[in-house]
Write a protein that binds this ligand. Structure first.
Ligand code: NAP
Ligand code: ZN
Length: 346
């Protein structure tokens, strides 16, 4: 058993505090990872704040994990001590249902085991990456390509795969016009990845404050959604819209921007329902869809794609004592473009 240092939160309105958590003894296929960096995803905030329903506190969030293998169970074959590895939003699944067999473990019919705020197969609550160590079964551990530094690799494990997967599934590429709504952690990765896939990318942000960055990330246009002309000007333009916004939006306004047969994919996960008018969809055979992270095989593909195309998130590295301040800034959309905790400061 390894005792890990961690940062935990005890309730929706509480600050983070120092904590210690026990990581289980290695089972035959388990890997012990010394965590070096952990990204802060808006889902960590939703969960810690109780937006999505009740959670068991104390909670140690963090599902964008990058580190080094320090021990392996006796039957581990995929990784060895010293390997650079990552862990994303899930740490296990049934492995037997049709979705798991298809490599879509995130849609496991029995429910995947989330990296934190879940219960593992031993009946123990899972605790995430704001900690010095984690034990994960080898099938849910990703290999980080040598060219991606660990601090920049961390956000790829959620923000990267959550945007790569729908862009891949709905075939973003040459000749496709893709809009990204919200340029935070997920949004800025969506821009970089869609551009690398060859699509023509437009950012729809609340203001033009981050326009220069958006164009540098690969967007060819950038509009402020606070200006009504934006919606008039762009009506019927996009084949694919990826909505990464963490708050409720007027989805009908965004659906009006789709072409014939266009699809708006919601990855943003606000607690409030998004209301859709039938007539936002019917006249142009438009689709309104959702997408959740990505499977393990696809996550490895995404990491390799990012290495090949020299793509990495733009990050701000913080110390463990700065988590509360970072949460405030995420709530204020003041993030460029992902906070990553340096776990050595724990
Ligand atoms: P983030 O870094 O906070 O980015 C969200 C962006 O949305 C902000 O930067 C802002 O962009 C925009 N925004 C925020 N509040 C807004 C409002 N009231 N109206 C309009 N725009 C607003 O968050 P994130 O980490 O990228 O996560 C985004 C969402 O995706 C969260 O809800 C998260 O839980 C969810 N998520 C889903 C999955 C999945 O599997 N589907 C995985 C990970 C995360 P601008 O400043 O550019 O307007
Ligand atoms: Zn996430």
């Amino acid at each position: 058993m390894v005792t890990a240092k961690a940062r935990a939160v005890d309730g929706p309105d509480k600050s983070f505090r120092e904590a210690e958590i026990e990581r289980r003894e290695l089972d035959k296929h388990d890997i012990l990872i010394e965590i070096k960096f952990a990204g802060i995803c808006h889902s960590d905030l939703h969960t810690a704040h109780g937006d999505w329903g009740e959670v068991n506190y104390p909670l140690v969030p963090g599902h964008e994990i990058a580190g080094i293998v320090t021990d392996v169970g006796e039957n581990v074959s995929k990784y060895k001590v010293g390997d650079r590895v990552g862990v994303g939003c899930m740490v296990d699944s049934c492995g037997e249902c049709e979705n798991c067999k298809a490599g879509e473990e995130q849609y496991c019919l029995k429910g995947n085991v989330p990296t934190y705020a879940g219960v593992d197969k031993y009946g123990e609550p899972t605790q995430g990456g704001y900690s010095t160590h984690i034990v994960v079964v080898e099938d849910f551990v990703l290999g980080i390509p040598d060219s991606i530094p660990l601090d920049k690799a961390a956000p790829l494990l959620c923000a990267g795969i959550t945007t790569f997967s729908p862009l891949n599934h709905w075939e973003a590429g040459p000749g496709k016009k893709v809009a990204v709504v919200g340029m935070g952690g997920l949004g800025h990765m969506a821009v970089k990845i869609a551009h690398a896939m060859g699509a023509e990318v437009t950012v729809l942000s609340q203001t033009l404050n981050k326009k220069e960055d958006g164009l540098a990330f690969g967007a060819s246009s950038y509009y402020a959604t606070s200006e009504d002309e934006t919606f008039e000007k762009l009506a019927g333009t996009f084949d694919l819209i990826i909505n990464t916004v963490s708050a409720k939006l007027d989805i009908n306004a965004y659906l009006s921007l789709l072409t014939l047969n266009g699809t708006l994919v919601n990855v943003g996960a606000p607690a409030e329902p998004l209301e859709v008018n039938a007539f936002s969809l019917i006249p142009h055979r438009r689709s309104f869809a959702g997408s959740m992270i990505g499977g393990i095989r696809e996550t490895q593909e995404m990491l390799d794609f990012c290495a090949e195309h020299d793509i990495a998130p733009s990050i701000e590295v913080i110390s463990a004592d700065e988590i509360d301040e970072a949460y405030k800034r995420v709530m204020d959309s003041d993030v460029k473009y992902r906070f990553v905790i340096d776990i050595s400061t724990m």
